[in-house]
Design a protein around this ligand. Structure first.
Ligand SMILES: Nc1ncnc2c1ncn2[C@@H]1O[C@H](COP(=O)(O)OP(=O)(O)OP(=O)(O)O)[C@@H](O)[C@H]1O
Length: 260
């Protein structure tokens, strides 16, 4: 069965058609199709090993880091008003990764100060320096509600921040490059409930301006965040749930558990 989820209210910014990913001879994603739109969060859930991370990585060609990986099908993105299939049309990888930012399960801060974590990619990728660089650093930290917490220790090593602060720093690093699409792989996996709450509030605010694809292992979080839920099992989308399914917690849990 090939899935075809079309969001009819808003022009999609991600259109995935017949996407299959193999590692060596093993099929990990099997003819996946769906669309994602700006202003919406799609949450991907599914058993461990069902292909959730691989699906996120397919949207900015990160699977290509693995030499045994083969991808078929298309991932069409609308970037800066132009459509293109990232596997067929020429999209320089740095441009693609800047526009399609990814935040990983475990905060991946660089072994530098908080400021340098943001400043370095801004210098290298956008060539910013001086006042423009400082403004962008502050903007990104404010965007993730971290500025007030770190403004007096911008030059301290980023590893001295709490786990939740580090994860927000990673998100700030992605946002600073002005992406249009965010890929979030269990962004609260390593956080306590307070830090999780902050990230969830942040995502709810950010979703108005970005297309967000997120992976979550928490059904209650999925229900809080998602506009649409895709249940992945053995590399296929076996169920899609939208607003009407998310209203009643028991009904939602039953539908997802059935799909698992
Ligand atoms: N680079 C790779 N080489 C070989 N197999 C891989 C590679 N990356 C992922 N896989 C395999 O693909 C399958 C899907 O992995 P993936 O990480 O996408 O699953 P997941 O649903 O995100 O799992 P989890 O919930 O445990 O994070 C797994 O069986 C995994 O072992």
């Amino acid at each position: 069965m090939e899935n075809n989820v079309i969001d009819q209210q808003v022009e999609p910014s991600v259109t995935i058609r017949g996407l299959s990913v193999r590692f060596s001879e093993r099929t990990v994603l099997d003819r996946i199709s769906f669309t994602a739109c700006p202003g919406r969060i799609i949450v991907i859930v599914g058993p461990s090993g069902s292909g959730k991370t691989t699906l996120l990585r397919a949207v900015n060609r990160l699977n290509e880091c693995f030499p045994n990986c083969r991808t078929e099908g298309s991932v069409e993105l609308r970037l800066n008003g132009r459509d293109g299939d990232i596997y067929r049309d020429f999209v320089p990888l740095p441009d693609l990764r800047r526009n399609v930012g990814m935040v990983f399960q475990t905060p991946s801060v660089l072994p530098f100060s908080t400021r340098k974590n943001l400043a370095m990619p801004l210098k290298v990728t956008l060539g910013l320096d001086g006042a423009r660089l400082s403004e962008r650093v502050e903007w990104a930290l404010r965007e993730v509600s971290l500025w007030d917490e770190v403004k007096d220790r911008l030059h301290a090593d980023a590893s001295t921040l709490s786990g939740g602060q580090q994860q927000r720093l990673c998100l700030a690093r992605v946002l600073a490059l002005e992406p249009q699409i965010l890929l979030l792989d269990e962004p609260t996996a390593s956080l306590d409930f307070k830090a999780t709450e902050k990230i969830e509030e942040l995502l709810t605010r950010l979703k108005k301006r970005y297309t967000i694809l997120a992976v979550s292992h928490s059904l209650s979080q999925t229900r809080r965040l998602a506009d649409r839920v895709c249940v992945l099992r053995e590399g296929r989308i076996v169920r899609e749930l939208d607003h009407q399914h998310l209203q009643d917690l028991n009904e939602f849990q039953r539908l997802v558990e059935d799909a698992f």
